[in-house]
Write a protein that binds this ligand. Structure first.
Ligand code: GLN
Ligand code: ZN
Length: 774
């Protein structure tokens, strides 16, 4: 029985790589310094796994930015527009690589970055490869081979990890019509063979190919491509041990295909889909080893070693110990580095810490599982087993987790809790009277610029250098300035600006029971960007109002309507580490009830419009289409629970960032928000088509300018976009707003852009009243 790791976090436990990259980009350190920093991270990771006793330690799991981009550079899938970067004086392959990731603006060149998108259903983003009809591939970057050598110098013979050829193609996009990217396989494969040849010569015995698509819905051509790939590899390298890794989903209908691949080992994710084990064991051909993905690579809970051991034993009985590998469910990229760093009991209580394991701890869990199959156990393994038993048992009963009041309330939810008192048709008129807004009402998405000063106040407050009264006083002045300014430019529905919030999930998590926070729990989001997701460990309860004071303060300053601003239950769930001892749907329902209480408290306090943001609703969609309905049912219901406690006169808004709405539009409509604001400007209002085709009944605010860019849009382009919107959506349903929140922008551009936006709205209204006179 052997152990292996599919990939280890590459940011460094103190985000060393992030810091080094950013310094390199700023021209503050040399390329050599950056390479040195990277080497230290790799060395540390390899050594840590070696010390823990892992048999197959991965290489090429490191990346300066993204592993899909690495693969693109390896096979020379470098779009033409970047070719010139290499001709600039002093530039190297690394600069070309960063140019593809981040864009390049220097000297006479001005090239945009490649597109980025989410890695399956995680919060990691990868760079999308670009494919062209007659594309030729060749070996360009030698990173895979170099890293193998780098580890070998340190005395570690690694298992190189490559994005498998089929998944690599499927992760990309065709940049011309008339061909399918899978058709490029034939040209791509020789480069992979070239790499395998070099690796074999250097003494590699195992190579891991990540083919996550093997666990997703596949077309016939894609299935064939997988067959061809691994048959070809087998033909050329009969002795190399090829491990194909699947994760995030079960093999399901692809099970037979996967088991027939002429490979040495198949990795399956038994955390996400434990049910697949029996069938896999039953049908696995004799020459195939099975890698059991038992330790959760996506979540931060301690492994229940006893249960995992039972699974190993079961597998052992059927296929024998020699054909079993023990591993985490997927790469550990998605969990923080090291729990040992968390020593601040104020943010992470010792009890909660006792339930957790980060990457370093998970590596040890994997070797402990191997050790547990032996007759005599190491002392440290016995201790780990005891620890695991205690954690598993205490999570079942801990008072800090279980709150019967919350559980009962969630269980007692009836249909009536998910429905507004009356249908939108009736609410609409009541709200119009109540709010007295003009046609094409203008508003913003919530946040206003988080300036250096605002962030400095928060840092000082957290350090104890500012008292809470001083801190809140400063935020109040900022809020008041923002209200005055919104009045001045004549916006219709105002916001308080969200200056008190660091992050739209963390702010609520900090005010709810059942959430814990880490100091160093960083996870790579994209490139050098890391996030620190909150941990939901227990039943969720709202001890007191979370936003009412800020909203009522803002409302007290003006006669105009100030919109209350909340994060929705699905988004809070989606951007946190969640409990694994109950279904996500149950946790989501508990959050929904907490938000519902906040919504009704806001209403009681006189807030007439309340926005519940759900930017993560779509990204929560399961990877297999067959599971969509179930997810959408509980997710939409959670939103409705949070929104339905108010009277007809109170207007509920929701907001979503860039989303394809076509295939889920009836569910968006089922949210029954009175107003939905969406990101629309970059697609030139194309995203509205789904709403138009569906005859979306409620009101819509299609974003009229892109907030991701510092560029100030002018009135004319916004009117043009609004005309487009008007052509497909009845004008009395339309609101006018930017694409998203403004917290990353500067005041100067924000002021200029919103002034233009209000003026665009006034133009639209003028045209409307002219029409009325005629
Ligand atoms: N209300 C939030 C803001 O304005 C919404 C952010 C988001 O959609 N991601 O910042
Ligand atoms: Zn947004």
């Amino acid at each position: 029985m052997q152990t292996h790791i599919l990939g280890y976090p590459r940011i460094g436990s103190h985000r060393e790589l992030k810091k080094a990259c950013e310094q390199y980009w700023a021209g503050k350190i040399s390329k050599n310094d950056l390479l040195k920093a990277a080497h230290e991270v790799k060395k540390h990771n390899w050594q840590l796994q070696k010390d823990a006793g892992i048999d197959l330690i991965p290489s090429n799991d490191f990346s300066f930015y993204d592993h899909v981009l690495d693969m693109a550079l390896t096979v020379n899938a470098i779009p033409k527009r970047y070719h010139e970067v290499l001709f600039e004086k002093g530039n190297t392959e690394l600069d070309l690589y960063f140019a593809m990731a981040r864009g390049y603006q220097k000297d006479t060149l001005d090239i945009t970055a490649m597109e980025m998108t989410k890695w399956f259903d995680t919060n990691y983003h990868y760079i999308v490869p670009e494919f062209y009809p007659n594309q030729e591939f060749k070996l360009f970057s030698t990173k895979i081979v170099d890293e193998f050598k780098e580890a070998k110098h340190l005395g570690i013979s690694t298992k190189p990890v490559l994005v498998g050829p089929v998944s690599f193609l499927l992760l990309g996009k065709e940049k011309a019509s008339g061909f399918h990217r899978v058709a490029l396989l034939e040209k791509l494969l020789p480069v992979y063979l070239d790499i395998l040849g070099q690796l074999e010569e250097l003494g590699a015995t195992w190579v891991q190919f990540d083919e996550p698509f093997l666990a997703l819905d596949l077309s016939a051509a894609e299935k064939m491509a997988l067959n061809n790939t691994y048959s070809t590899i087998k033909k050329h390298f009969p002795k190399l041990k090829i491990l194909v890794a699947t994760y995030f989903e079960g093999l399901k209908d692809n099970l037979k295909l996967a088991l027939k691949l002429p490979i040495c080992a198949l990795h399956i994710d038994l955390v996400h889909n434990p049910e697949q084990l029996t069938e896999v064991l039953e049908h696995a051909p004799e020459e195939l080893s099975i890698s059991l993905g038992l330790v959760d690579g996506r979540n931060i809970w301690k492994n229940d070693l006893e249960s995992s051991l039972a699974i190993i034993k079961k597998a052992e009985k059927i296929v024998g110990p020699d054909r079993i590998l023990i591993a985490p469910s997927c790469s550990l990229l998605h969990v923080p580095c090291d729990l040992d760093l968390e020593n601040d009991v104020k943010s992470l209580a010792a009890e909660v810490k006792g339930w957790l394991a980060f990457a370093k701890q998970k590596v040890r869990e994997v070797t402990a599982l191997q050790d547990l199959t032996n007759e005599t156990l190491q002392a440290t393994t016995i201790a780990l087993l005891e620890d695991s038993k205690t954690a598993t048992a205490s999570r079942k009963t801990a008072k800090t987790i279980h709150n019967s009041k919350v559980k009962e309330r969630a269980k007692a939810i009836a249909t009536s809790h998910t429905q507004r008192k009356n249908a939108f048709e009736i609410r609409k008129d009541i709200q119009r009277k109540n709010l007295g807004l003009p046609a094409y009402p203008t508003t913003t998405i919530g946040s206003f610029p988080q300036t250096k000063e605002v962030r400095a106040w928060r840092a000082q407050f957290k350090k104890g250098d500012l008292s809470i009264t001083e801190y809140e006083r400063l935020l109040q002045t900022e809020t008041e300035k923002t209200i005055r300014w919104q009045e001045e430019i004549d916006l219709d529905v105002l916001v308080h600006g969200e200056f008190e919030r660091n992050d739209m999930v963390e702010y609520f998590g900090e005010r709810l029971n059942g959430f814990a926070f880490t100091k160093f729990g960083w996870v790579q989001s994209y490139g050098s960007r890391c996030v620190k997701p909150p941990i939901i460990y227990g039943d969720i309860e709202r001890p007191e109002a979370m936003t009412v004071a800020w909203s009522t303060y803002a409302q007290s300053l003006t006669h105009k309507v100030v919109k209350g601003m909340l994060t929705g239950p699905v988004t809070i769930l989606q951007w946190s580490f969640v409990r694994n001892d109950q279904p996500r749907a149950v946790t989501c329902k508990q959050i929904a009830l907490a938000i519902r209480d906040e919504v009704t408290d806001l209403e009681k306090a006189g807030i007439k419009i309340i926005q519940i943001d759900e930017p993560a609703l779509r990204e929560g969609l399961p990877l297999r289409k067959a599971d969509w309905e179930h997810y959408l049912e509980w997710a939409i219901s959670a939103f409705r629970i949070s929104a339905s406690g108010v009277n007809d006169a109170t207007q509920i808004h929701t907001h979503m960032c860039y989303s394809e709405f076509n295939d889920i539009i009836q569910h968006i409509a089922a949210m029954d928000a009175d107003v939905i604001t969406i990101e629309c400007s970059r697609s030139q209002m194309e995203l509205l088509d789904a709403f138009a085709k569906f005859n979306y009944p409620n009101e819509i605010g299609p974003g009229v300018y892109d907030i991701h860019s510092p560029r100030v849009p002018n009135k004319k382009e916004m009117v043009a976009l609004l005309e487009k919107a008007k052509a497909v959506i009845p004008e009395d349903q339309l609101w006018i707003n930017p694409d998203c929140g403004l917290k990353t922008r500067h005041w100067e551009e924000t002021k200029a852009a919103l002034t233009e936006m209000v003026s665009a709205a006034k133009n639209m209204r003028a045209a409307l009243s002219k029409k009325a006179v005629i």
